[in-house]
Design a protein around this ligand. Sequence first.
Ligand code: C2E
Ligand code: MG
Ligand code: MG
Ligand code: MG
Length: 290
Amino acid sequence: KSKENGGNLYTFYRSSFQIITSENLALQTSLGYALEREELEVYYQPKVSLRTGKIVGAEALLRWNHSQLGIISPARFIPIAEETNLIVPIGEWVLKTACQQTKGWHNAGFSDLRIAVNISARQFNQPDLYSRVYQLLIETGLDPKYLELELTESVLMQNTEVSIVRLTAFKALGVQIAIDDFGTGYSSLSYLQQFPFETLKIDKSFIGKVNSDPKTKLITKNIIQMAHDLKLNLVAEGVETQAELNFLYYNDCDEMQGYLFDKPLNVRDFEERLLAGKSLQILPAKSDLD
Ligand code: C2E
Ligand code: MG
Ligand code: MG
Ligand code: MG
């Protein structure tokens, strides 16, 4: 059905520059149809408490099952969705799907699950984002306190005054805010403190080096310490090894997500983990540290 859009993406390039251009154009076109063709799917990556070892929520991560190209990573198509403004309807669909799904899990007895949804710059800059979120919460019946919006520092930094107003409105509604990829931008935690948010997510580039690079280890320890002094909830992303987990646990990080526990999962697989009560293995008491 979509031969014109995707069938011969690779047949007419001459230089690498043209490959990128024509490929992006073709992706733009087919991304425009992705929603109605039901090629988009929300995956859920478990977030796990380091106190109880239990799944406390999930991050919604979008997947695109392209009819010809197979699964395309969000790192590839989210920027295209941003440029074309397609991120607005797509982002709204993700929000709605994730809230609906989470309400369903609540009804099934997993009543404390939280859901985190990524919001990119274009979405955050939509003047009606707040009212759309409000509307979706009413439509789906999800209690606002179980919804968390993940925003990067750079998005908040674009217009600090407007960002503060928007975040304050979400806070009043009870929706949680998390700073995503913390440490990859240029802002300090003390500067970020002007924004009302509850959760800080330490970027996976730090987590991946805590056991090999002494400086990263020290910086990460300090981020955790400072975040706690500021009463923030701390999430580590991209946890891949037991050694990284041990470091986070003994340094009092609150929650983790990463391949060590699970990759982003489709609904069926995520539910399987919930029903099995999958949890992190309990670590030795912190006081037993030598
Ligand atoms: P993000 O929000 O920082 O999401 C975390 C990314 O790290 C995800 O990549 C996740 O699959 C990956 N990840 C999780 N654990 C590990 C690990 O242990 N090791 C490694 N190497 N990676 C891990 P993903 O799903 O490819 O998404 C990439 C980015 O695309 C996201 O980064 C987010 O910025 C964006 N994105 C994804 N879904 C959406 C969406 O629905 N809306 C918007 N606006 N952006 C989205
Ligand atoms: Mg995120
Ligand atoms: Mg992140
Ligand atoms: Mg990211």
